[in-house]
Design a protein around this ligand. Sequence first.
Ligand SMILES: [Zn+2]
Length: 251
Amino acid sequence: MIDYSRGIRNPADFDETLSVVSANNGPYSDHIGDDGILRYSFREGDPVGGDNRKLRAALISKKPLILFQKPLPNVYVPVVPSFVVDEDVEHRFFLIASGEESWRSFTSGTADPEIDKRYVAQIVQRRVHQPVFRARVILAYSRTCAVCRLNHPELLDAAHIIADRDSGGIAHVTNGLALCKIHHAAFDNRILGISPDYIVHIDGGVLKEIDGPMLKHGIQEMEGISLTLPPKPADWPSREALAARFDQFTA
Ligand SMILES: [Zn+2]
């Protein structure tokens, strides 16, 4: 589904583009604007023909395409459905929105464009940034839970240390932890806390409970263990963010 050399996949027997790859790494190439809409540069060569022709066909037919975000080398995160919603001939790029809602709100127009803009930006945050955040965090932790080392990506989440809705909740690896589903839920429900020295703490009441093997081995035995950190120190969780979160746990 990906054309690795050109970044745009136009199958010969398709009238419209099937997929585009966006590395999204700078203001002068492809980038997401403040309105949450991706600016995808015209392909080299003929602006009317060539690869641009099938993107323009997708704009006219309103058929969806697959947008692949590329947060790291050789990592492609699909964002579907995405739509070509407009083109900026002067600056030579197509505008690509992700999600049915953002496409509808962009193309239908509303009484208050400011509300619309925030809404679209929110949708894109969820559709584009979250999967990219997830890919970055899970890969930084070598696809293992930072607490129990469970090595099954399909059972892992990228947990935010400072919640996304808080101002400090930036979508950066240092605000994330790769946690299995159980430890993510335990972290969010203050059954499990992580101190800024990367030690795991279990709620005192839960430590006294008597139950089956999940409680005993999966939760209680995690008390006092050290977090399994990413190989690269630059990816380690922020001690400041952990301290703020740990205050909530001890409270
Ligand atoms: Zn775990």
